[in-house]
Every structure is written in C-alpha cells, then in structure tokens.
Write a protein that binds this ligand. Structure first.
Ligand SMILES: [Mg+2]
Length: 235
C-alpha cells in the first residue's frame, strides 16, 4: 500500500459519530403534525432501517396525504430539528470519533464521507449541533437519505460521485463503512466495502456479531486498535 492510496471512509451518523437520542424522530413527528395534522407519524411508517425518503413516502401513503411538498417538509423539519437539538443537553460525540476523524483528515488520499439514512440537511443539523460538521462541509459527495432506494444505493451513488472527482476511481476495497447498525454491515457487504461495526448505538453487540462483520468494537475509544483495523490489521 502506498501512502497516497485513496481510501473513502464512510461514517454513519446516529449511534456511530454521535448520539442525539430520538431527536430526529421527534422532529419528524412534530413536522408532520404541524403541516398535516398527523399524530405519531414515525410509527405509521412501520419501518426503522430505511432512508428518510422511504420513511417519509410510507407515512405520506399511510396517511393519504395528497399535497405533500418534500422541499417544504424538509425545510420545516430542519428548523424543528435544530430547535430540538439545541435543547438536548445529553447529545454527544461518541468516544474516539474526533481522533479518528482527525486521523483520516490528515492522511494523504483518505477522505471522511457520510453514509447516512438522514436527509442531507438533517445530517448537517445533527453534526453542526455537536461540532463535527467541519469534517464534512467541504466534501461534495456522500450517501444521504434524500432519494429513493436503500443505503447501499446511496453508497454506490457516492462512490460514483467520488470517482468523478478524481482520476483515481475508488475500488470497493478502497471503501470502508463504519456504522452501528445491521443495515450498515449489510450495506458494506452489498457494495463490497470493508467495514467496522461498533456497538455504540441501539443495536446490541450480539446482533451485530450475528451479521459477521469484518471488525466489531464495543466503542471506538481505543484509537490505535481502530486505526489498525482501518488499515486492514487482522481482526
Ligand atoms: Mg446508525
């Protein structure tokens, strides 16, 4: 491996980079209530592991909303989310994350990218609220929940976009997915990426282990061990 080898490090947000409890769900519910009079909208979607686009579409269909304006919804959602996040005293960056983001930022050819089910604007609001947005603000590509499909579709689109920005198109083995969910592990396997699972979210370590991830950590606090994994050390 040369020092300039390209490496796309895809970070999940909720439960991986940070925790803000259920603020996203609260903002979604508040927005559906304000704009469409729907109570407890998230429950009506009946799904958890899905891109926000899909969750919104399910709620709209389930509630028979005919005048749904995605842009207007997203705008109100972000305003609500920002207010809810500002009031949340227990939101936090996960252990070890800041050092790992710095490591990737400082390494030639390596890039921090987002791979999240959040709408892009929601991702920005969440990361800004804990001071992590600067790691991603200047990156023109990433995987977000604004379009139809699954997380692996968003990942594949981000890899294509990354390829278009460079004369060195990334291969699947040049991609590393770091996430706290079964969905993240399946996503990584689906696109052929390397992956690190971390049990700092809602998913218990045993459930993650059952998916046979390449690496599994209780948290990312042991920076040296996680960096070794990032560089392909034996698990
Ligand atoms: Mg997550």
């Amino acid at each position: 491996m040369t020092a300039s080898r390209r490496m796309l490090v895809f970070w999940d947000i909720d439960g991986t980079l940070m925790s803000c409890g259920s603020d996203g769900t609260r903002a979604l519910n508040r927005t559906f209530h304000e704009l469409h009079g729907v109570e407890d909208a998230f429950r009506r979607a009946g799904i958890g592991n899905a891109l926000d686009f899909t969750i919104l579409s399910r709620i709209v269909a389930e509630c028979g909303i005919e005048d749904f304006d995605r842009e207007a919804f997203a705008s109100r959602y972000v305003s609500n989310l920002e207010r809810i996040l500002a009031a949340n005293k227990s939101k936090r960056v996960m252990p070890g994350v800041a050092g790992l983001l710095e490591y990737v930022r400082g390494r030639a050819g390596w890039e921090n990218l987002l791979l999240t089910s959040n709408l892009r604007a929601g991702a920005e609001a969440k990361l800004r609220s804990v001071g992590l947005w600067s790691y991603f603000a200047d990156v023109p590509y990433g995987g977000f929940g604004d379009a139809p499909g699954e997380k692996w579709d968003a990942a594949a689109a981000a890899v294509s976009a990354a390829a278009a920005f460079s004369d060195r198109p990334p291969a699947p083995c040049d991609c590393l997915v770091i996430g706290d969910g079964v969905y993240d592990i399946r996503c990584a396997k689906r696109i052929g990426a390397r992956h690190i699972a971390v049990a700092t979210g809602f998913t218990p370590a045993e459930l993650l282990a059952a998916e046979a991830p390449e690496y599994l950590f209780a948290d990312l606090a042991d920076t040296a061990r996680v960096i070794a994994a990032m560089n392909g050390a034996p698990a």
